[in-house]
Design a protein around this ligand. Structure first.
Ligand code: SAM
Ligand code: SF4
Length: 344
């Protein structure tokens, strides 16, 4: 073999060792890591009213979360989003953020939260290195917020949003799941709220994850396109080329700092550009939100503690089975796990 072809074989080998590419040529560089399935809210579209949560010993420990993150980063993952359940109810969350932020090779640690505990945690999280935050806010009406979350107080989330602003994260974005007949009349108000705060906001279509009894998802489904028309009547929107590594498609609001995003898993399949996988709180590597294929990383973590190489081999072979796309249908719940288990 000539020196040149030896070099190219070596570099191909190196690239294979340090990147994750699925059978459809998609590069996986983003992991959503769920740190708990528990939550201090009970949003109707996310959970049933009565939930059974995992026993604590089944949840990945801080060390196991770190080892999983290390393996992904060595395989080319550049962004980790911490989620849940509610990530802020995990006692060691600031420690976890600090250790992930210090991990060489990782560009960004971000988080999705309901915001309730941010008044006490925003600054410690910022100091620990958390770059960006997504805060969920589905209504600006207190009674409706309580109805949607079953137990939440709107003022607590608003205080959380203010605390996040004061802590000066690189970016704070709002997320709103829109349900027809529940909060679709609030999209303009929610967008205006985000604009006034200088934040971006994404509107999310409800996905049929887990069997719920509060409403029928067929009746509450509303396509992003309809929301966009409504918003376009009030705001001057131009398509933005901005990408954040997530599934939102953004529109810039004229004369403002804010962008409006749409996450449309039901009406506009975005699987062809999927760059992410999820790890559930009990350490299942989920290859796709809308399929049940998963691989048990906890078994590897607990049988071979600290063996990053073995984890990497498990992850690499799992990625070879990443499905091409999801086939969500709001009339059928094919996916029995709830979103709090999945890690949104
Ligand atoms: N507890 C945190 C929160 O609410 O932001 C993080 C976890 S939550 C599962 C992540 C995101 O998923 C939230 O923005 C939530 O609104 C969204 N979500 C939950 N269930 C959903 C569903 N069935 N369809 C679409 N989005 C959902
Ligand atoms: Fe909790 Fe988030 Fe699910 Fe609401 S959406 S119940 S805050 S995990």
């Amino acid at each position: 073999m000539s020196k040149n072809s030896e070099c190219s074989v070596n570099s191909e080998h190196q690239q294979r060792e340090t990147s994750l590419v699925d059978p459809f040529g998609r590069h996986i560089n983003y992991v959503r890591l769920s740190v708990t399935d528990r939550c201090n809210l009970r949003c109707t579209y996310c959970m049933a009213e009565e939930m059974t949560f995992l026993p604590k010993q089944q949840i990945l420990s801080l060390e196991e979360l770190r080892d999983s993150a290390r393996a992904f980063v060595e395989l080319g993952v550049r962004k980790i989003r911490l989620t849940g359940g509610e990530p802020l109810i995990r006692r060691d969350i600031v420690k976890l953020v600090a250790s992930l932020s210090a991990m060489s090779g990782l560009d960004e640690v971000t988080m999705t939260t309901n915001g309730l505990l941010l008044p006490g945690l925003a600054q410690p999280l910022k100091d620990a290195g958390l770059a960006r935050l997504n805060i969920s806010l589905d209504s600006l009406k207190a009674a409706r917020f309580k109805q949607l979350t079953r137990v939440g107080n709107l003022d607590d989330v608003l205080a959380g949003i203010d605390a996040a602003t004061a802590a000066q994260f690189r970016k704070v974005k709002l997320n709103a799941v829109i349900l027809a007949g529940f909060n679709d009349d609030e999209v303009v108000d929610l967008a205006q709220f985000a604009i006034d705060k200088g934040m971006d906001i994404s509107f999310i279509e409800e996905m049929p994850l887990g069997e719920i009894d509060s409403h029928s998802r067929v009746n509450t489904q509303i396509a992003s396109g309809r929301l966009q028309t409504k918003l376009g009547d009030v705001f001057n929107l131009t398509a933005s080329s901005d990408v954040t590594g997530g599934p939102s498609r953004y529109w810039q609001v004229a004369n403002s700092e804010s962008k409006i995003g749409f996450i449309s898993p039901m009406s506009n399949n975005f699987c062809d550009s999927c760059n992410r996988v999820r790890v559930t709180a009990e350490g299942r590597l989920l290859l796709c939100l809308g399929n049940e294929n998963s691989v048990d990383l906890r078994q590897v973590l607990r049988s071979y503690p600290g063996d990053i190489q073995r984890l990497k081999t498990t992850i690499r072979s799992a990625i070879e089975h990443k499905p091409e796309r999801h086939y969500f249908d709001s009339e059928h719940v094919d996916i029995v796990r709830f979103m709090n288990m999945t890690g949104g």
